[in-house]
Design a protein around this ligand. Structure first.
Ligand code: ADE
Length: 224
């Protein structure tokens, strides 16, 4: 999978891909991330990328021309499955969207800043708008990292069996059951007997019942 990320602050996004599982995915060639500095497509001597909104109002708007030039250049080089704009007014990210994106080959992520982007960029190029939650970040960069992380970890070969994504919370609309490791007793706090029983059928049943109980308690909306 190749992800092209367009941003005025690409340096904000470097470290997540330089450690641990994401780094390994890059090193193995399973995922490629390419950052594009929008300023390189800026207009005039000052490489302008934003301007005041027509009709007045607070904040600056990211201009159409630099964004169109940057996205068009990328599109002339390969076919993209989706051009995704990270924005608080997008569709709220969930595991289903992540699963769908994980089988794509080429994605563009566009990180917004200021008040957002000229509507015509959305009309012209954007195929999906994603929010990572109902709160506002200073820009789309951290959201782009969250999205890239959630998608890349699902690519075949990225996780090993131990880290398997199949048993993640949300994959079956249930939160994960409680987990424990050694010691089996700590300051009087005991691990549930069933987990020490060696009876795999019983353990599976217990885990499922606990997952349902916890989902019911914390996120009843998932069971509807
Ligand atoms: N940009 C600013 N806030 C955001 C959010 N919550 N999700 C995605 N992009 C954003």
């Amino acid at each position: 999978m190749r992800i092209d990320i367009i941003s005025v602050l690409p340096e904000l996004m470097e470290s997540p891909f330089k450690a641990s599982i994401l780094k390994r995915a890059m090193d193995k060639g399973l995922a490629e991330i390419h950052f594009h500095q929008l300023r390189d497509f800026g207009l005039g001597k000052y490489r302008q990328i934003d301007d005041e909104p027509y009709g007045g109002g607070a904040g600056m708007v990211m201009m159409i021309e630099p964004l169109d030039n940057c996205i068009s250049q990328l599109k002339s080089q390969r076919d993209y499955d989706e051009v995704i704009y990270l924005t608080p007014d997008g569709e709220t990210l969930n595991q289903k969207i992540v699963n769908t994106l994980s089988i794509k080959n080429n994605l563009i992520f566009l990180c917004g800043h200021y008040k957002g982007i000229d509507q015509r960029v959305r009309d012209l190029h954007i195929t999906k708008e994603i929010s990572i939650g109902d709160y506002v970040l200073t820009g789309g960069e951290l959201a782009a990292c969250v999205l890239a992380d959630s998608v890349i970890r699902l690519l075949p070969g990225v996780l090993n069996d131990e880290q398997s994504a199949l048993t993640d919370s949300f994959q079956d609309d249930l939160l994960s059951p409680p987990i424990y490791t050694r010691p089996d007793e700590y300051k009087g706090l005991k691990v549930p007997e069933v987990l020490l029983s060696g009876n795999f059928k019983k353990i599976e049943d217990w885990r499922h019942d606990e997952a349902v109980r916890i989902t019911q308690k914390k996120r009843p909306d998932l069971l509807e």
